[in-house]
Design a protein around this ligand. Structure first.
Ligand SMILES: [Zn+2]
Length: 94
């Protein structure tokens, strides 16, 4: 996350992006609520090609350590199989 002085347009874009993804950015909320549902590893499936991201397994080949929550993947992260964006993924139960 870029915290240093952004040009105004970037700030606006960032605000819009935050509004769009909503709770994904309420990390302070989770930090102050240890009982929040943050401990259970989840899996996310690409709706385009069916590739699955397993939070417990991470994606070591991509520099994503095992145990990395979905919401901590970079905004510009894409599906390694088909290039779909994070918003094209859906949480799934296995
Ligand atoms: Zn995909």
């Amino acid at each position: 996350m870029v915290q240093t002085q952004l040009p105004f347009r970037d700030k606006l874009a960032l605000t819009r992006a935050k509004a769009r993804v909503g709770c994904l950015y309420n990390e302070s909320h989770f930090k102050t609520n240890p009982t929040a549902d943050m401990t259970e590893p989840k899996t996310w499936m690409c709706l385009i090609c069916g590739w699955i991201y397993d939070e417990a397994a991470g994606l070591p080949d991509d520099g994503i350590a095992p145990g990395t929550p979905w919401k901590q993947l970079p905004m510009n992260w894409v599906c390694p199989e088909c290039g779909a964006r994070k918003e094209d993924f859906e949480m799934v139960q296995i």
